[in-house]
Design a protein around this ligand. Structure first.
Ligand code: C2O
Length: 343
């Protein structure tokens, strides 16, 4: 068995893929990515860049909701040729999640789920998405809110997602507010009262964040590298639930995969995707605050590509996203009540 290397994306060819078995999808960019110059990621200048504060979605004031809505509506109005457009942004998720690109030094597709790159890849994705939204409305302080489905006050779909450019028709209306999310949703109604569901959710969170997540491999997923034997397939606790379960819970009961949110190829077409992942990213920070750092060089040196707010194609390593202070954002403080929900 040869040496295992960091995962790198081969941008030469973007392939048609399957959104789910029997469902071909083509989510590639309209022109070859290598036609654009590639720049290496640079940290924002701390003396010039304010810290963006990601806030509790259900507590956002009207003005912040209106700004966010405006940014999304401008993003939706951009043409597909523009990498900042809403559909291109959504298709990024499709590309990296259904295997449109192959790895360098391997014939295997790049996939960003069910492995340890789940957290850092989605962090990068949100970072650029947030910067683009802020840039479209000329607001350097703009931050994507987080949907804290893990906290009693946040267990409903944030109500503003039912209005304006946040609307997505492919959602299950029986799960609109005030329905309490089932963090362990298994496609059938659980039959619990809202109070019982809240308690079940807190207990699940304790398991996924604390008792069941004592090691990096358990929490983050298996070690994904490139080279013979480097492939792996095993999600961490949080990815399995509530991450996957909230996706299914939001999506429409009329589609086999509960599209849009329920399947990788279509999930990011729903604007609520981004607040869902903002919360996943917040919980990664919570977990990291009490666990040893992941210092594996193949992990840290893996790299991906994203277009930034100036439509430049940026090459960025996982190493670059390990310190959110340097990325100039943070999360509003909340009390993680599930920490006391030890069964
Ligand atoms: Cu890339 Cu929530 O999935």
């Amino acid at each position: 068995k040869g040496k295992l290397l960091p995962v790198q994306v081969n941008l030469t060819t973007c392939l048609p893929t399957f959104g789910r078995p029997g469902k071909p999808v083509y989510c590639c960019p309209p022109r070859n990515m290598l036609d654009d110059p590639i720049v290496d990621f640079e940290f924002p200048d701390p003396t010039q860049t304010p810290i963006r504060v990601r806030r509790f979605a259900h507590r956002l004031d009207e003005e912040s909701i209106a700004k966010y809505e405006k940014a999304v509506s401008i993003m939706r109005s951009l043409p597909y040729s523009d990498p900042r457009s809403f559909t291109r942004q959504a298709n990024l998720h499709c590309q990296y999640c259904t295997g449109s690109f192959l790895q360098q030094h391997s014939n295997l597709p790049v996939r960003v789920h069910k492995t340890w790159i789940f957290f850092p890849w989605h962090r990068m994705y949100l970072y650029f998405h947030e910067k683009i939204l802020g840039n479209l409305i000329g607001d350097e302080n703009f931050a994507i809110p987080f949907w804290p489905w893990d906290l009693p006050e946040g267990m409903t779909l944030p109500a503003f997602y039912l209005n304006g450019s946040f609307i997505n028709k492919q959602r299950d209306p029986t799960h609109f507010p005030p329905a309490v999310a089932d963090l362990d949703f298994q496609l059938a109604a659980g039959g619990s009262t809202p109070e019982e569901q809240t308690d079940l959710n807190l207990a699940l969170m304790y398991n996924q964040m604390v008792s069941g997540a004592k090691t990096a491999e358990l929490f983050m997923g298996c070690a994904y590298k490139t080279g013979e034997g480097g492939d792996c397939f095993g999600p961490g606790t949080m990815e399995r639930a509530p991450h996957n379960t909230i996706h299914k819970w939001v999506g429409s009961e009329f589609h086999t995969g509960r599209e849009d949110m329920g399947v990788f190829y279509s999930a990011a077409r729903d604007p609520s995707f981004y607040a869902h992942h903002s919360n996943i990213d917040r919980l990664w920070e919570v977990w990291r605050s009490t666990h040893p750092e992941m210092n594996d060089p193949e992990f840290l040196d893996s790299y991906m590509y994203f277009h930034d707010e100036n439509s430049r194609l940026v090459r960025i390593r996982f190493r670059d996203v390990m310190d959110i202070d340097r990325l100039r954002y943070r999360y509003e403080d909340v009390e993680n009540t599930w920490l006391a929900a030890r069964p």
